[in-house]
Design a protein around this ligand. Sequence first.
Ligand code: NAD
Length: 467
Amino acid sequence: MEKIPAFSTTPIESIPSIVNEVRTTFRAHRTRPVEYRLKQLRKLYWGLRDNEDLILDACKKDLGKSQFETYITEVGWCENDIVFMCNNLEKWVKDESAPDIPLANKLFSPRIRKDPLGTVLVIGAYNFPIQLSLGPLIGAIAAGCTAILKPSENAPHASAALAHIISTSLDPSAYACVQGGIPETTLLLEQKWDKIFYTGNATVGTIIAKKAAETLTPVTLELGGKNPAIVMRGADPRLAAKRLLWAKILNAGQVCVSQNYILVDREILPQLVREMEQVLREFYPRGARESPDYGRIVNKRQFQRLKKMLDESQGKILLGGTMDEETLFLEPTVVQVESLEDSLVKEESFGPLIPVLPVKDLDEAIRMANEIDDTPLGIYPFGSKAETDKVLSQTRSGGASINDGFFHASLPTLAFGGVGNSGQGAYRGKASFDTFTHRRSVTTTPSWIESMLAVRYPPYTAKKQEK
Ligand code: NAD
């Protein structure tokens, strides 16, 4: 296996010229032909294949991720997205004829061209360092944009692997990876962009949106949220336990779209907890700490934040609770809480902490979910059709998976994104292409039509004004 190139911050003084080069390439129209885009996407695909071991190793080092998990959520995920994009791109770039055209307007061939937005900035987050960086980049390439990627410095090995893959696989005059943290990102934000695509927390999202507003730059913001799972009387407790635990043990709970808390009908709470205990035994027969399948918290800062949340909680630990700062291990921990003010409910945990909050009925669950966060990234109702329909019709969220944890986010055929507090804009599949595309309205006025247009020219005689 190739040695992982070390993380090295991009020299700050070189950033303006890197951006300038990719902008110059865009202005030379090099990235517009669909053949060029497909070629770059294929090169990225092979870059991923050739560097699979590098990525597996990087994600192990950054997040303790198992190879299988890295494959399904990072390498294979991006490969599938590229294949899906390549299979559909020629269809999506075609002009669309305007919908519902009145007969007379057909003479002008009203249509929508799909033009690239231009030169774009993609800023990734640490938790799925490959997927959250390359996912948007795939959309930018497909749309014909040039792009700079700024992966998260908090997953330094993955950042270095991405820099290596991009510089060795893609056209270096059109795509570049800038590595670094706040100073480098701040300088990047000073440059002129045609779109900024940001994934991460809402505080930084606000900084980015404000900076972008100064130059009227459009943004896509993929933020976090306090996502509820709601387990009602009509649910199968065994299935709910298994699916919701899976959604929280993946990547040691560092998943933006997994549930932050579970509202559970008081009557079935004991059964749900029994099933959770059983499921955890099945997932990790020798305990999560001993399992090669269970990840680690990304760094000490995040570990201490999670520990503080747990320490401050008034809840009762029902399962788990062990941790080790040295190895950044935090056991999947189920805590029964009684108040919306509990530290585990009030903030997004972004870790394997699983507060369960008993409720008397579905109305109470919906009221509480809306009070905690009325625009989360996802919502996960478990129950009868009537119960889950009621949840969807009385709440808002970026997406929803019924009787599952965040399954909706895994399909490239569905746009993924937030609403309100959890973000704006969406991507994956066609939405990735659309998010970096300008839908340019175009008409063609034929010469032979001139006599029919005479009415629009002055002088506006009385005859012309006759209705
Ligand atoms: P992070 O620490 O990796 O930061 C994200 C990016 O923001 C990094 O590239 C970082 O360099 C940049 N950044 C940090 N401070 C900055 C500043 N002052 N100015 C400019 N850029 C700055 O990740 P994070 O933000 O801690 O990620 C966790 C949060 O992101 C959670 O809230 C999670 O829910 C959310 N998230 C959302 C999605 C989604 O798709 N909606 C995906 C992953 C994470």
